[in-house]
Ligand binder design. Sequence first.
Ligand SMILES: [Ca+2]
Length: 146
Amino acid sequence: MSTSTTTTLYPEDKIYSRGSETELPTNDDNLTLLTEQEYADVLSDDAIRVSQGAAIEFPIFIFKEKADSSTQTVTAGWNGQSNIAPSSRPVRLQVWNRSSGGWELLDTDNSTAANTDFDLSGNQSTNLSNYYDSNNFISFRVYQEK
Ligand SMILES: [Ca+2]
């Protein structure tokens, strides 16, 4: 799976990480942090992507975005592709609810062919205090089913 993102938030206030996990994590702990070059590659919406390989695991990207206030609606937009067709293994966008301690589904693609760009998007506009941490970070992840 490879990824590019766009965001309406602040480029200097991001914590992005990626990895492949046998079990889908039930927390929003960072995986392997992106390098400076990988941030640049991901933040520019073009054909230069950051890839996360996976065999029998879930390939996962976690995107933590800092807002200027804990009452700001957050819109997440993701663009990417996979060499495994989402029509056979769906790709999902989720947001972390730190109050309930669970990942909540925002969007799914289960129809795109392999090696073809697709978009995922969603926003969180209600009960924002359940989603922001004390530093106004909110966590999203994109993963592909295994
Ligand atoms: Ca890019």
